[in-house]
Design a protein around this ligand. Sequence first.
Ligand code: PYC
Length: 320
Amino acid sequence: MVKIPFLDSHTGGEPTRLIPSLPFDLGVGSVADKLSALKAHHDDLRRTVLLEPRGSDVLVGAYLVPPADPTCQFGVIYFNNVGYLGMCGHGTIGLIASLAYLGKVQPGIIRVETPVGIVEATLHGGSSSEAYRDPPHYPNKVSVKNIPAFRHLAYIPIEIDGKTIHGDVAWGGNWFFLVHDHGMDVDMSNLEALTDFAWRVREQLTARGITGAGGAEIDHVELFASTPDADSKSFVLCPGKAYDRSPCGTGTSAKLACLYGDGKLQIGQTWKQQSVVGSVFEGSVQIQDNRIIPTVTGEAWVMSEGAILVDERDPFGKGI
Ligand code: PYC
């Protein structure tokens, strides 16, 4: 029987399953090198951790790995039901809150190496946090200063059901297609139609050969709408066809880069992005070396801990 400890959190409703230590060695390279080794030799662990019958399509996993960069305290590799993510905003908020729960970090700045670059998380705490004053609790509000975000293509037309819609292709740690003129109701009562529509957008992008920089696949679709409760509301479809319950940290970063590019967001101005389930991230941008650096803030909550048990005799022990 193999036993792998895990800790589950959610960030604005979107779960993160943290695996604090891997049952094998990935060598001494960068986190990007470790991701290559995982893809080549250990993809069965991703399936074991996330797929049914143990997991579900909604779960995002996070492997905690040693960083190669000496300025970082941690390395992390995010994964989902179909593969691996470059970065994950809700996952990083969940990771840091989980590490706080485990007593491995204190309020302050924590640098984390990801396969696509270094992110800087700030774990908030201190006198303004009621939760932190109560000893059994842990600080859970985190700001993530992301890698640089940018818009790659603007106002690209695609046709869905004979109707032309337009989207921007932008990078926020993953590749996104951001659509405003979709005409869909961004509401929980409309999840099936939103999923179907966003999936068809993805199919059209593939069929038309519309990609991110260097031919990268655009594997996330964001449909935006207005709301009285925030600056914008969004439905985000993830690569494995599950929708993001959070406002999506990398998706919000991509959105912030487009807003800044359009002159609709000033440096340091706060943007409130609401998810389809109603959770909110606050975002802002700063400029460093002529690049747009987004910061996204949210809260995460630990919700279960335990161990994955893999019985070698179980025909579905490594996922369906
Ligand atoms: O928060 O960046 C994010 C994210 C990506 C996929 C799911 N959540």
